[in-house]
Design a protein around this ligand. Sequence first.
Ligand code: NAD
Length: 361
Amino acid sequence: MTRKYRITLLPGDGIGPEILAVTVDILKVVGKQLDIDFQFQEALIGGVAIDETGKPLPEATLKMCRDSDAVLLAAIGGYKWDNLPREQRPETGLLAIRAGLNLFANLRPATIIPQLIGASSLKPEIVAGVDIMVVRELTGGIYFGKPKGIFETETKEKRGVNTMAYTESEVDRIAKVAFETAQKRGGKLCSVDKANVLDVSQLWRDRVTLMGEKYSDVELSHLYVDNAAMQLVRAPKQFDTIVTGNLFGDILSDAAAMLTGSIGMLPSASLGLEKPGLFEPVHGSAPDIAGEDKANPLAQVLSAAMMLRYGLNEPKAAARLEKAVFEALAQGYRTGDIMSDGMKAVGCKAMGEVLLRILES
Ligand code: NAD
């Protein structure tokens, strides 16, 4: 039976429209092959939304996103809007959409693509085969806890304060996403905290352990964050899925991403309790190469694969996209950002055509 999904496309700024156009063509082909009817609708976000409506996230965009099954975002921002006040900046639109869709879980994979192994700063034998998913809590913890601010003490000295706090329900909901993610992957989950020092981490550990009783098919372990950082660069292959709070996740997801050495290849997903999730590349709008057909569309294509796997539960379609990307690289096709000696240089559109040819062969 045909499955129907309404997908909101947010091309945004810079290279956004170029990489999203390539991705949509690929989704259409995979949809036809697997009897999936994607209904695409487009909306404004970022600088282009500021130009047309005065706001980086117009209400109509948020409404359209809320009424859809998934949101596929490209990138926002550019020189033109860099000097606007913060509430009118394109980046504010990004924070607003995450908040507006209640996206509390951020998933960032760090997968070594064999053809790009030389791009990692670590030795090939350490990183070969690395396939990690970092599940980061996105809307709580020290970035949002109160009290926060810079206050004056009785002795007129300034004191900066932030509060790391998590409630049981906040931990439970991110733990649930993480266990379900681990189930779809290698079945191993490592929870990272600082329970030897922080009370908030002790609560985190207790709740994750309790939740683990419901997921007997997932092997749960715990690490302190300092040890986790060390293990990530010492022996990253030991990890499958990692779950952690906002601050630790911010740091560890960047460290894990750099194991792959190529940030231009990395997708991400932000999920809430219900649909829609938001799927976007980790990189920005690359205004320096916008409109020149030089952009690498692969992080966007891999973001669409995450949408299929984690947002729409269509793992077969996701695997087709991922396989096409690996095959294109195996055949030696490279955009400028990942180019190396002996490879075949292609632009954004041509890379899209290569992917289509592989999918249709
Ligand atoms: P960037 O990721 O846009 O670019 C960094 C460098 O990587 C540039 O040289 C760029 O050409 C290159 N690059 C990035 N993606 C590429 C791709 N797909 N193909 C080929 N080359 C690629 O980061 P930046 O320069 O710091 O920021 C540019 C703009 O993007 C800013 O306005 C920033 O605020 C915004 N930004 C948006 C997001 C987002 O939309 N999620 C994320 C980061 C930055």
